[in-house]
Design a protein around this ligand. Structure first.
Ligand code: PSU
Ligand code: MN
Length: 315
């Protein structure tokens, strides 16, 4: 199948039947986790979503076509491939136009999800404001995407390698709802709790779904971030991580790492510095987010059915 967008058979069937869908990014597979754990994790995430009554749609550009839903063969090839491009809003179109292959980050995955009519997207952690951004101006395109594209993103917050307070400030400026799930403080990716009070707190998938539908009814552009804390058993305490993050940042600076390479470099360096523990935590939190994402997608589908059935306006 060629053309600008291709749906996998499973996703095409779900669209036809109205089964809730959950979008998944591919950068986490190609740039966020080492082989072969990346493939194993990508498959497990998809299984969690199916077990929760939704259909996974992993998104990537392969030879110029934007794939929404990957067959297991395509997933395996991508997980093994080297030198895959990392695509954000800025480079998605050029990659497709030139027949390239690339993994989608949060921003590009949100764009693809919207095109496919998928309202929920689960991942690990969003990009944000990098430490030292006052000099480097390194702020992830993920933040502006959340302000523009109406998809609910389930993540364990922003990655703790970032400047979290500045990340939350930018999202507030952009009018993006940042919702801590079930607690009063924002999570910090590998750790359940950060010192930052949550701007919003919702405790259930049904409340998050209702907020999503209400935003649409109000005609507000943009999505919302459901910041879902990592399960307690899998977290790495923030105190343990803090010096290791400092070390990874110092190494990145010494190695002259910049632009798109910063996030993959820091994740890989932390993997070494924690003897692999950061990866185990990362896998656990993504699986946890997939589970919540599927529940939110089911709730949104239920709300839409009720609204359509009663022919009422949600407002
Ligand atoms: N979360 C992870 N691993 C990752 C990423 C997020 O657990 O690899 C990726 C996401 O695709 C996110 C991107 O959109 O990192 C942010 O990159 P940058 O900081 O260059 O915008
Ligand atoms: Mn960047």
């Amino acid at each position: 199948m060629t053309g600008p967008i291709a749906y996998s058979p499973e996703v095409a069937a779900a669209r036809e039947a109205g089964t809730p869908l959950v979008a998944l990014e591919s950068t986490i597979i190609t740039h966020g986790m080492p082989w072969p754990r990346n493939l194993e994790t990508a498959r497990r995430i998809e299984t969690v979503i199916r077990d929760e009554g939704a259909v996974p749609a992993t998104i990537a550009v392969i030879e110029g076509t934007l794939h929404v839903g990957l067959t297991d063969e395509a997933l395996s090839q991508l997980a093994r491939a080297e030198n895959v491009a990392k695509l954000s809003r800025a480079d998605l179109a050029a990659c497709m136009a030139t027949g390239g292959t690339g993994a989608t980050t949060v921003s590009a995955t949100m764009i693809a999800a919207r095109l496919a009519g998928i309202e929920v997207f689960a991942t690990g952690g969003i990009g944000g404001v990098h430490r030292g951004a006052e000099l480097s101006f390194d702020i992830s395109a993920d933040l502006r995407e959340l302000a523009e594209t109406p998809v609910t993103v389930v993540a364990a917050g922003a990655k703790a390698i970032l400047d979290l307070p500045k990340t939350w400030e930018v999202l507030e400026t952009y009018g993006v709802p940042v919702i801590a799930v079930g607690q009063d403080v924002l999570p910090a990716f590998w750790s359940r709790r950060s010192p930052h009070p949550a701007p919003l707190r919702l405790d259930t998938a049904s409340e998050i779904a209702a907020a999503h539908v209400m935003r649409g009814a109000l005609g507000l552009p943009g999505g919302q971030l459901a910041a879902n804390p990592i399960p307690e058993a899998d977290e790495i305490p923030a105190e343990t991580l803090a010096p290791l993050i400092e070390q990874a940042l110092a190494d990145a600076e010494a190695d002259g790492i910049a632009a798109k390479s910063v996030t993959p470099y820091l994740l890989a360096r932390l993997y070494e510095l924690t003897d692999g523990r950061s990866l185990e935590a990362n896998i656990a939190l993504v699986l946890n987010n997939a589970c919540l994402g599927a529940a939110i997608a089911r709730e949104i589908a239920g709300l839409r059915d009720r609204v359509a059935g009663a022919q009422i306006d949600p407002l």
